[in-house]
Design a protein around this ligand. Structure first.
Ligand SMILES: NC(=O)c1ccc[n+]([C@@H]2O[C@H](COP(=O)([O-])OP(=O)(O)OC[C@H]3O[C@@H](n4cnc5c(N)ncnc54)[C@H](O)[C@@H]3O)[C@@H](O)[C@H]2O)c1
Length: 387
């Protein structure tokens, strides 16, 4: 990085959060969006956030003002001509992103690093729009970007190692933690977290337990902050369903990631979750205090089943060299607030116990969905651990 000027493309949820992060670390930010009304929304929402932080005493009021002053809200990419780093956070559409990058590359200096915040597109596919793909990579922030500590860094097929080094150093200087992930669907977090939703939905679909009981199992027995159904309602069932469907398709229809009709029907009916007033739960005044309808007792079984599927997914990500064991555990604790790293959890329980449970599920259902990762099998055989 040869200067402290950052370009951000797209002043939506993520672009605005990333702008706040960089400006709070003292960088001068050019936040670009082609829609002037979107720039006004971004500016007013950032102003509110900074006011709130200063009212709560988390930042003094002059610093809050400086953060806003360091951000230039612009509808011209010509402002990027002095930037050393540009992050794109526009709508999730491959051709729109490729168009933008071709335009940006023609504007920025030759040393400028270009990055995308895409959640689901491959870094390789976006890089095909660039003349110099060696200076391009993925930097996947989590929402809200100013709060969440994790950033997944994803080199593409043609990214130069110096690009990765410089991007990580810069993001660390913004107070974030980075993990390195291979350019595969879902990177680390969106892939490894799939069973948290998918297996919970499967348990519901089989009629083993209701939504409240499954959520209670994961929170009270597992120590997760939110249950899978509460979380799907918070994320939005439309978004969560689309992520699952994309990952299922991108992994060539691997049954491990198969979406659920129950969630699809909710989306079709407009029950998107909190944002539409109803999803798995209803969000009128009494919804949060609904009494459980199932008697207690199934929680351990439910928790063990979802956890062993999560651990299997984490072990398989390691087996397929998606990331290191350290980075997989860090990603799940910082990116989705899991109470513990999944591989550390596997070590505590013992890989052979997890393997046994998966083998039982696989034999009961006869489905490839429950096939144990070869790495888990090997570790159980050798009686070894991940760390
Ligand atoms: N929202 C999340 O939780 C989240 C988390 C991680 C990554 N992402 C990724 O970040 C990106 C942005 O997501 P978001 O939730 O901030 O979306 P958003 O809809 O809030 O914002 C998108 C912004 O892009 C702008 N835009 C549209 N077309 C444009 C164009 N041609 N050129 C420049 N700007 C354009 C829009 O005006 C809007 O301001 C996506 O790639 C998404 O997959 C989102």
């Amino acid at each position: 990085m040869s200067n402290n000027k950052i370009g951000i493309v797209g002043a939506g949820t993520m672009g605005t959060g990333i702008a706040q992060t960089a400006a709070s670390a003292g960088f001068e930010v050019f936040l670009f969006d082609p829609y002037p009304e979107q720039l006004l929304i971004a500016e007013s929402s950032l102003q509110k956030v900074m006011n709130r932080l200063s009212e709560k005493g988390k930042i003094d009021s002059s610093e809050a003002d400086s953060v806003i002053t360091r951000i230039h809200f612009t509808d011209h990419i010509k402002d990027f001509k002095k930037c050393g780093f540009v992050i794109e956070a526009i709508i999730e559409d491959l051709n729109t992103k490729k168009d933008q990058f071709a335009r940006i590359e023609a504007m920025v200096p030759s040393h400028c690093i270009l990055a995308t915040n895409t959640s689901s597109l491959s870094i390789a596919s976006i890089s095909s729009a660039l003349k110099k793909p060696e200076r391009f990579l993925g930097v996947h922030f989590f929402n809200p970007a100013a709060v969440m500590k994790l950033v997944e860094v994803i080199p593409g097929l043609l990214t130069h190692p110096d690009t990765v080094r410089s991007a990580r150093a810069l993001i660390h200087s913004w107070g974030k933690t980075t993990v390195l992930a291979k350019d595969t669907p879902g990177f680390i977090v969106n892939r490894v977290a799939r069973p948290f939703y998918g297996e919970a939905l499967r348990i519901l679909d089989e009629g083993i337990a209701d939504v409240i009981t499954i959520d209670r199992a994961m929170k009270e027995t597992g120590g997760f902050r939110m249950g899978p159904f509460e979380l799907m309602d918070l994320i939005g069932n439309d978004i969560n369903y689309t992520v699952t469907e994309t990952i299922f398709r991108e992994f060539y229809y691997d049954p491990r990631y198969r979406p659920s009709f129950t969630q699809k029907r909710l989306v079709e009916a407009g029950r998107l979750g909190r944002k539409s007033g109803a999803g798995f739960y209803t969000y009128d005044a009494k919804a949060a205090t609904d009494a459980p309808v199932e008697p207690a007792g199934k929680e351990t079984l439910i928790f063990n089943r979802i956890l062993c599927m999560l651990i299997n997914e984490a072990a398989d990500a390691l087996f397929m060299n998606i990331a290191s064991a350290d980075d997989i555990d860090l990603a799940m604790t910082l990116g989705v607030n899991y109470p513990k790293g999944l591989l550390q959890w596997a070590d505590e329980l013992g890989p052979s116990r997890i393997l046994k449970q998966l083998e039982q599920l696989q034999s009961e259902y006869g489905e490839d969905r429950y096939r144990p990762s070869p790495l888990l099998r090997k570790m159980a055989e050798l009686n070894s651990t991940f760390f």
